[in-house]
Design a protein around this ligand. Structure first.
Ligand SMILES: Cc1cc2nc3c(=O)[nH]c(=O)nc-3n(C[C@H](O)[C@H](O)[C@H](O)COP(=O)(O)O)c2cc1C
Ligand SMILES: [Mn+2]
Length: 355
């Protein structure tokens, strides 16, 4: 089984380009504020954007993979209207018969040779004027349960503090928080990999809500489902972590339970700033980059409403279809930021059914 194009961001970018779904910005752009400001002009249009010349760096920055359902549907060879049903079907396939990831000896992420342990060498943008620093906001965390070793995938935002330190925002109820708590009980640190520059298979696996992917399951199998082949992982070189073999960048990270530092402000998906608060500290112990990497970032806005909304729709659709006969479709509105407002379409079975 070989994986399809969704398993590799470079192939995805080439695909988008060849079907007229990529805007290339060729003038030099400052990663501090300007990049996000210019990207906002392209937001929600059915084209992603590649910033080819980023001031101070020789690595391009890619954004906009999720801000248009039209683009995403074409990339995934689906109809836009039935995308939630497709995503929901893939997650249900995984629940019934998971295709576990495989550990391989080799992958593009290990081909780049030694990389300096210095985050300032990466073109990490600062999006909004009051943001507390540059942010990783599109990278996938792969951690392992300190007791059972079961892998968990999630997306968290990470603020860059210095050359090898990040501060992370872990919302209440997240499995990563659970793992950190378990590590604390065991008097251990918690290690994980941070994988930046991946496709929708991995992002959807990471964003699958806890209700659909309980903590005793390896939700990385969801990526295998989208890729049509087992997700390939390699072992970390410095820490006992698992890394996505095709990621553009991968960081080997360690958290020491109880260690806190200020994170934020950060311009959130709701259009408000998240406040600056003490949140967990992350030590970066190694950085890997593919040869000719591309840095991926997500704009706080329709890109998140669409991606998180799509996963929410897929999950609510599956749940409602089990419980309410006649459920046809679910839509998480942009007004609700893809989180807070759902519209449900049903086939009326009798008067008053919708209520
Ligand atoms: C772009 C994006 C950014 C996100 N940022 C955060 C974040 O900073 N902190 C957080 O706890 N969850 C964040 N999430 C949500 C979690 O990744 C999501 O709820 C995931 O399912 C959590 O995984 P878990 O159920 O394994 O804990 C973000 C999701 C997306 C798509
Ligand atoms: Mn989980």
């Amino acid at each position: 089984m070989t994986a399809n194009h969704l398993a590799d961001l470079r192939t995805i970018i080439e695909r988008l380009d060849s079907c007229g779904r990529l805007t290339r910005v060729t003038t030099e752009v400052d990663p501090k504020f300007d990049l996000a400001g210019i990207a906002a002009h392209f937001e929600s249009k059915p084209r992603a954007v590649l910033f080819e010349k980023v001031k101070g760096y020789d690595v391009p920055v890619f954004t906009g993979l999720y801000w248009s359902r039209e683009l995403l549907a074409q990339l995934m060879a689906q109809e836009e209207a039935t995308l939630p049903g497709f995503v929901s079907g893939c997650i249900q396939n995984w629940q019934k018969k998971p295709v576990p990831p495989v550990m391989v000896d080799h992958g593009p992420i290990l081909d780049g040779g030694p990389h300096p342990l210095d985050l300032s060498t990466l073109p990490i943008p600062i999006h909004a004027i009051k943001d507390g620093g540059p942010y990783f906001d599109a990278a996938v965390v792969i951690a392992r349960d300190p007791e059972t070793g079961v892998r968990n995938a999630s997306i968290q935002r990470f603020m860059v503090v210095d050359k090898d330190t990040l501060h992370i925002n872990i919302d209440a109820g997240r499995h990563l928080g659970l793992y950190l708590e378990k590590a604390k009980q065991r008097n251990e640190s918690l290690t994980f990999s941070l994988n930046c520059g991946v496709g929708p298979g991995l992002h959807f696996a990471a964003a699958t809500p806890a209700e659909a992917a309980p903590p005793d399951t390896d939700e990385l199998g969801i990526a295998s489902e989208f890729h049509g082949a087992p997700l390939e992982l390699v072992h970390g070189r410095t820490l006992p972590v698992h890394i996505v073999a095709n990621a553009m960048y991968a960081l080997e990270c360690e958290m020491i339970p109880g260690e806190l530092g200020n994170e934020g402000p950060f311009a959130e998906v709701t259009g408000y700033y998240a406040s600056r608060e003490p949140r967990p500290v992350v030590h970066v112990r190694a950085i890997h980059a593919r040869p000719d990497p591309v840095f991926q970032t997500i704009l706080s806005g329709s890109e998140v409403w669409n991606s998180v909304g799509l996963l929410g729709e897929a999950n609510v659709l599956a749940t409602l279809q089990r419980q309410v006969p006649g459920t046809r479709d679910v839509y998480f509105s942009h007004g609700g930021c893809g989180f807070y407002h759902a519209v449900v379409q049903i086939e009326q079975q009798r008067a008053g059914w919708s209520r």
